[in-house]
Design a protein around this ligand. Structure first.
Ligand code: ATP
Ligand code: BTN
Length: 258
C-alpha cells in the first residue's frame, strides 16, 4: 500500500489470502457503507469467474486478482464503457511495466502475442426506477508469472502471462499499484464518462480485429460479419453479409476470429 499514489482508487485496499471471487466479495460491500474506490485483492480465488459463469483460473503467486468498488454517478448504459476503459488501463499498465503493448479483444479481454493475458468482469447493482447505478464492481484478473505448465491443459494454448511472453517478472504489488493509478487517471482525471474520447481512441487502436471477418456466436446461432468499429456506447459495429450494419452488445455473444 506504500506504493500507492492515488487519491481515491485503492483507498482502502482490502487484502485477502483466499476468497471465492473478489467480485463477489466487493459486491457485499454494496450493503455496507464501504468507500467509493475501495479495492479488494486476493492472493488466490477458489471460484474466480468470467462472463456467463465461466471460470477464471486464479492460482496463488502467479497473478493479480483485483476488484474495484465504485459508487459512481452513472447510468447502466455507461457500464459497458467502464469495461472498455479498464481494458485500456490494463494495456497501459502492462506496457509500462514490461515494454510490450497488449492488444484488446472486444469487449473485455486483453491479449499478449495472440493469447489471453487478462480478463475484465464488470458487475453492477441498479436502483429500481431511475436506472441509476447504485454501485459497480470492476474485476480484473491478470496473469503475471505463469509458465505454460502452470495453466490447466484446456487453456494452455489460449492463455499466457507477462513472464511467458516477455521474460519480465513484474511484482504483484507493483502491478496492482500501477493499475490503480492508471484506473484513477482515466476514471477521474480524464472525467469518465463525459470524456469518452480519452480512452475510446486508444481502445480502437488496441483492438486486434477491426476490418477483419469474424464469427459472431450468439445464443441462437452464429453468422459471419466484418468488424467495423466501436460506437460511443461501447458496442461493436459489424457489417453482415447482406450489407446491413448491426450494433452488438457484449451481453450474450462471443466473437471468434477466423
Ligand atoms: P468470449 O470470447 O466469449 O468473450 P471470454 O474469453 O471473454 O470469451 P469469459 O467467460 O469472459 O470468456 O472468460 C473465461 C474464459 O477465459 C474461460 O472459459 C477460459 O477459456 C479462459 N480463462 C480462464 N482462466 C484464465 C486465465 N487465468 N487466463 C486466461 N484465460 C483464462
Ligand atoms: C474474463 O475472463 O473474461 C473475465 C475474467 C475476470 C476475472 C477477474 S479476477 C478478479 C475478479 N474476480 C472474479 O471472480 N473475476 C474477476
Amino acid at each position: 500500500e506504500r506504493r500507492l499514489t492515488t487519491k481515491i482508487i485503492g483507498h482502502p485496499v482490502i487484502f485477502l489470502d483466499e476468497v471465492d471471487s473478489t467480485n463477489n466479495y466487493a459486491k457485499t460491500l454494496g450493503a455496507s457503507n464501504a468507500q467509493n474506490g475501495t479495492a479488494v485483492v486476493a492472493a488466490r480465488q477458489t471460484a474466480g469467474k468470467g462472463r456467463l459463469a465461466r471460470k477464471f483460473e486464479s492460482p496463488e503467486g502467479c497473478g493479480v486478482y483485483l476488484s474495484i468498488f465504485l459508487r459512481p454517478k452513472l447510468q447502466v448504459s455507461d457500464i459497458n464503457c467502464i469495461t472498455l476503459m479498464t481494458a485500456v488501463v490494463v494495456a497501459d499498465t502492462v506496457e509500462e511495466l514490461c515494454g510490450l503493448r497488449p492488444t484488446i479483444k472486444w469487449t473485455n479481454d486483453v491479449y499478449l502475442n495472440g493469447k489471453k493475458l487478462c480478463g475484465i468482469l464488470t458487475e453492477c447493482s441498479i436502483e429500481g426506477e431511475s436506472g441509476a447505478v447504485e454501485y459497480a464492481v470492476v474485476g480484473i484478473g491478470t496473469n503475471l508469472g505463469q509458465t505454460s505448465v502452470d495453466f490447466p491443459e484446456e487453456i494452455r494454448n489460449i492463455a499466457t502471462s507477462v513472464f511467458q511472453e516477455t521474460g519480465v517478472r513484474i511484482a504483484q504489488a507493483d502491478y496492482a499499484a500501477a493499475l490503480l493509478k492508471n484506473f484513477e487517471r482515466y476514471f477521474y482525471e480524464q472525467h469518465f464518462p463525459e470524456n469518452k474520447a480519452s480512452f475510446l481512441g486508444q481502445y480502437r487502436k488496441d483492438l486486434f480485429f477491426l476490418g477483419q471477418e469474424v464469427t459472431v456466436v450468439g445464443m441462437t446461432g452464429q453468422y459471419t460479419a466484418v468488424a467495423m468499429d466501436i460506437d460511443e456506447e461501447g458496442r461493436l459495429l459489424v457489417r453482415t453479409e447482406d450489407g446491413r450494419t448491426k450494433a452488438l452488445n457484449s451481453g450474450e455473444i462471443s466473437i471468434r476470429m477466423k
